[in-house]
Design a protein around this ligand. Structure first.
Ligand code: DGJ
Length: 777
């Protein structure tokens, strides 16, 4: 609900309130953001009898004001607010000072779209918009602020548009998407950092103390180094209690979020396109639009905030035919064969995938031109007929005949120097003309700022996507930006190159996604190097990391879950020793972790033992039964240390699944409990686990403690025995209330602790895990 009365604006969602007002100086001041309440401007507005000493007052008429103290709604550089500004421009006269004052407001059901960039969507009933116009007191430029309220998921979005009304061009050095001031201190800023194979691996919590904390990137992509999702919480907040704010951007390029504690102990959070290395020339009458920022608040801890974000992403970001559909269970060829693929090999894999119960077979890199390694051919999107004599559609048909749908890998934004495309159009790649170029996976980035390049990508991809039988595309992007320079733009426009790249990408996506509505697109950028809300507007799921090690994945998926729902997180079971870490984790743990996301397999089914394939078949059958809950249920984080605990609950709260995984065995520590979250306390649930059999080889020579004859470890005798004798795993089976499951937890059967083993003991060595199922009875 949006309310305006005498220059005071209130935005209410189901459980939150956001309010700001027009200051007596004409600028906008901020009143409040947090738990829903009745607003009183009189009580909430900062009092101004005198300005703090050694600060700047706006003019002779307002000597009691200083923009440096008190929460502002937006702050322009130059009039005495020394905090991080929302906007900073250079006027034709060289001045960098702006002074925006309130002029008018409009509100409406529904929303105004962002030009050239994706934004959150919804029906007219699901969202309302407030539009505020401000004018620069001296230069007459217009700043428009848009607020969209999504009441059901407690989200408010913000963005800005600047229009140049000066006679000459001006240079925008920064225009952020959101600024949020709090009149107090005591916050913790949380951001997510990592690298390739360590995507969002580090969750970093920093106290907001005097000064600034910045979570930002200039990689050209939103990046695995620093995700655009951040949180601000009141000190002491936990997963389930306390005030937590979340901020994200519907944007896929350079971004920055800065948390600042001012000299007056007030907190500011600004987010938007990274102003560093950015500038935009705005000619008379032209507009510059920012991407949309997403804000949410929950008084119910980090899980509460995550739930808001998950509902928002599922209902207002991810769109198209696949938005709410159960995602197919796939086998991807990459880790099974890397570049060494051909039709025969792929069909053997696909045939095993079909037998195991997979639904989709994906041919990864290596199928086109001379692509036998990562040195060549990106840009030459013609099938290699030596590898695929029957072309894409010929292979697709054969895969379809096995009962699987078919999909393939592309990397449309890139070109290798060793390619016909580069030989023909060297000026289509980003590069500083005539200067040395830095290398990244032997490839260059196409200059998507150039409309001709955009048309080429659309045309080349349309040909592939139109091939008969293609129902899924993995869209990869394996290089971050260096030598950021668009040969298409003039020298003075080079500060625009990276934002124009992102706009070009969005244009390409808009055209292709409209043209191929049935295709399921999976985003990828060396894994999660572009895991953001901009991409999720086109790609319902994103390959979360090139690292499939279950221990790393449990941490990464936990971190993704703060801002993104599991229906967007693509997760595969791969071979062991793991190809990224050489770590050996149990097949069941690899499955148990991946099953909480969009499950797939990425290993050589042809080389796996019969026993392993039987296990895989059982996993796939189980996942299909639980898939909807796993992908679309409400996801909660529990403990997250040596033990990792998750719980996902169906919308009607009748079904839930929980993960309990531990990293390393703590000797003589056998008692674990599983705690559920999000259940209906009044419902009665049957709590069970999967009854598994364990290989006696895992007990080494301990079997000699009970065996009638001596069995040497790694002997033929041990192999034969292992083939015929399996150790029964523990069974858990209780009929209990939701309240018990959440508050007392289930005391699980004791884990093995060197004193013997039977089916009342939980086989739980390093990296073990269980999924527990809870079903209403
Ligand atoms: C990087 C991706 O993340 C991998 O899954 C794989 O598709 C390779 N690129 C292929 O080159």
């Amino acid at each position: 609900m949006i309310k305006e009365s005498k220059g005071c604006f209130e935005l209410h969602t189901a459980h939150t309130t956001y309010a700001f007002y027009v200051l007596p100086t004409g600028q906008l001041g901020h009143l409040y953001y947090g738990k829903r309440l009745k607003v009183s401007e009189e009580a909430m507005a900062e009092k101004h009898a005198f300005a703090p000493s050694n600060t700047i007052t706006p003019d002779q008429e307002h000597l009691e004001f200083s923009y440096e103290q008190g929460p502002m709604e937006i702050s322009a550089y130059g009039k005495g607010d020394t905090r991080e500004p929302f906007i900073s421009v250079v006027h034709a006269d060289g001045s960098r000072t702006s002074d925006f004052r309130y002029r008018s407001c409009y509100s409406r059901k529904g929303r105004t779209k962002v030009n050239g960039m994706p934004c959150a969507y919804g029906s007219e009933e699901e969202m309302e918009e407030l539009e505020i116009h401000l004018t620069d007191n001296s230069y007459k430029n217009e700043l428009i602020l848009y607020y969209v309220v999504f009441p059901a998921c407690d989200v408010i979005t913000k963005r800005a548009v600047l229009i140049n009304h000066e006679e000459e061009k001006l240079v925008v050095n920064r225009l952020m998407s959101s600024m949020l001031d709090f009149p107090e201190d005591g916050f913790v800023f949380t951001s997510f950092h990592g690298a390739h194979c360590r995507d969002v691996y580090e969750k970093v919590d920093r106290d907001v103390l005097p000064g600034k904390i910045e979570a930002s990137i200039y990689a050209g992509v939103s990046s695995n180094r620093c995700n655009p999702f951040t949180m601000l919480s009141r000190k002491g907040a936990t997963e389930d209690f306390g005030d937590v704010y979340g901020s994200n951007l519907v944007y896929s390029g350079n971004h920055a979020t800065i948390a600042e504690l001012s000299p007056f102990y007030e907190t500011r959070l600004v987010t938007g396109i990274n102003p560093a290395e950015f500038s935009w020339i705005l000619k008379k009458g032209e507009k510059f639009e920012t991407p949309e920022a997403i804000l949410s608040f929950s008084p119910k801890g980090f899980n509460g905030l995550s739930q808001n974000m998950h509902a928002f992403v599922q209902n207002h970001i991810v769109r198209g035919e696949w938005a709410k559909k159960d995602r197919p269970l796939l086998l991807n060829s990459w880790e099974a064969a890397y570049f060494d693929i051909n039709e025969h090999k792929l069909l053997k894999l696909a045939s095993e995938a079909a037998k195991a119960g997979c639904e989709l077979f994906v041919m990864d890199d290596g199928w086109f031109a001379e692509r036998s390694d990562d040195h060549r051919s990106l840009g030459d999107w013609e099938v290699n007929v030596k590898k695929l004599p029957n072309g894409i559609s010929g292979l697709a048909k054969k895969v379809n005949d096995l009962g699987l749908s078919f999909g393939l890998w592309v990397e449309p934004e890139m070109v290798n120097v060793d390619s016909d495309l580069y030989r023909e159009h060297p000026d289509w790649a980003m590069a500083v003309p005539g200067k040395d170029h830095a290398e990244g996976r032997n490839q260059r980035i196409l200059d998507l700022a150039n409309p001709k390049v955009q048309d080429y990508v659309i045309e080349a991809m349309s040909r592939i996507f139109s091939e008969e039988g293609v129902s899924y595309i993995k869209w990869d992007m394996n290089r971050i930006v260096s030598d950021a320079y668009s040969p298409y733009l003039s020298a003075e426009q080079q500060g625009e190159a990276l934002h124009r790249y992102v706009l070009g990408l969005y244009h390409i996506c808009d055209v292709l996604f409209e043209k191929f509505p049935h295709i399921l697109f999976e985003g990828c950028s060396s894994g999660g190097c572009r895991f953001d809300l901009g991409m999720l507007c086109y790609f319902p799921q994103i390959w979360a990391s090139d690292n499939t090690d279950a221990l790393c994945r449990v941490k990464m998926m936990t971190n993704y879950s703060y801002g993104y729902p599991m229906s967007t997180v693509s997760a595969h079971v791969s071979a062991c020793p793991n190809h990224q870490t050489l770590r050996i984790t149990p097949l069941e743990t690899r499955f148990n972790v991946a099953a909480f996301g969009v499950l797939g397999y990425e290993c050589n089914f042809c080389d796996m033992s019969k026993e392993e394939m039987e296990a895989v078949k059982a996993q796939i059958a189980l996942y299909k039964q639980w898939r909807h809950t796993m992908q679309y249920g409400q996801f909660y984080r529990g403990r997250n240390n040596n033990l990792h605990e998750w719980c996902v609950v169906s919308e009607d709260k009748r079904h839930a699944a929980g993960l309990l995984m531990h990293e390393l065995v703590l000797p003589n520590f056998a008692s674990h409990r599983f705690f559920a979250k999000g259940l209906d306390p009044k419902k009665t649930y049957r709590f069970t686990n999967r009854s598994l059999k364990h290989n006696i080889k895992a007990f080494g020579d301990l079997v000699n403690a009970v065996a009638p004859v001596h069995i040497k470890t790694d002997s033929l005798m041990q192999d034969i025995l292992a083939h015929f004798v399996k150790m029964d795993g523990e069974n858990e089976n209780y009929l209990v209330g939701g309240d018990l499951l959440m508050h007392s937890g289930i005391a699980l059967k004791q884990a093995f602790a060197s004193t013997g083993y039977n089916d009342n003991v939980r086989f739980f060595p390093d990296f073990s895990s269980r999924i527990y199922f809870m079903e209403e009875e």
